[in-house]
Design a protein around this ligand. Structure first.
Ligand code: URA
Ligand code: SF4
Length: 237
């Protein structure tokens, strides 16, 4: 991509300066999550039907799912969107109000910033796959509860197994702590390559775009994370 184009995209992301990789990055601590239980390898939850192994069947199964209490308050499930054969899988937290209304992940304000972040990394939205840890909106956008994450985890595991991405970008604390079975903050987890699951899919953690909208000073760090992701996808990290 031309430097000029990338500069425009970084401006759109709200990053006005190039960041030197050799400079230490100031990271202010994110709130630590208290009620998130790790979900292992995102194995199918012990109770209930196992996730379908065929994409359309899985989508149908999710649309009718009542495995956790969130089914009662959702408008519709939000399965995921994009290229089912994508090399890059983005995993967010859960649908918000806009996503619950439209049935698609990351369509609100945070989604617009995510689109710009992806473009800065050289990806149109439809070139990647975008999914969430939870397929239903938690009421009032509260944090997902650990039993909800566990109940939903088999669906995401099935999606990952079918997409077989070359890399995963985990955005935000709920996504990162659930996928990596840790309670460390995003500030601690970002900046290095993790590996997800038995297939050891390279996984990069970065800030959630909604957090970046509140804390724009962290955008240069997010850009460093995207650069690391690009190196991983090129096979250079
Ligand atoms: N935030 C998320 O984590 N996912 C969405 O789909 C929308 C907002
Ligand atoms: Fe089912 Fe997941 Fe929705 Fe809970 S959040 S009802 S487990 S699809």
């Amino acid at each position: 991509m031309l430097d000029q184009r990338r500069k425009q995209l970084l401006d759109a992301m709200g990053i006005r300066r190039w960041v030197r990789r050799d400079l230490p990055v100031q990271v202010s601590p994110e709130p630590v999550l208290e009620d998130v239980q790790p979900v292992g390898d995102l194995q199918p939850s012990p109770s209930g039907e196992s996730p379908a192994k065929d994409w359309d069947a899985l989508r149908t199964q999710v649309a009718a799912c009542e495995k956790c209490a969130l089914h009662a308050s959702r408008t519709q499930t939000v399965f995921g969107t994009g290229d089912r054969t994508a090399e890059l899988l983005i995993i967010g937290e859960a649908p918000g109000a806009d996503e619950d209304r439209q049935g698609e992940p990351f369509v609100g304000r945070a989604g617009k910033l995510l689109d710009q972040m992806l473009l800065a990394a050289g990806y149109e939205r439809d070139m990647v796959y975008i999914a969430n840890i939870l397929k239903c909106r938690p009421p009032n956008n509260r944090n997902p509860a650990s039993d909800e994450i566990l109940a939903c985890s088999g669906y995401l595991a099935a999606q990952i197994a079918m997409i077989r991405p070359k890399a995963i970008l985990s955005v935000g604390a709920i996504s990162a702590t659930s996928l990596l079975q840790t309670d460390l903050s995003v500030g601690r987890l970002r900046g290095e390559v993790h590996y997800f699951g038995e297939r050891r899919i390279p996984l990069i953690v970065t800030y959630h775009p909604a957090y970046l909208l509140r804390q724009p000073a962290q955008k240069p760090s997010a850009w460093l994370d995207l650069q690391l992701l690009m190196r991983v996808l090129r096979g250079a990290a």
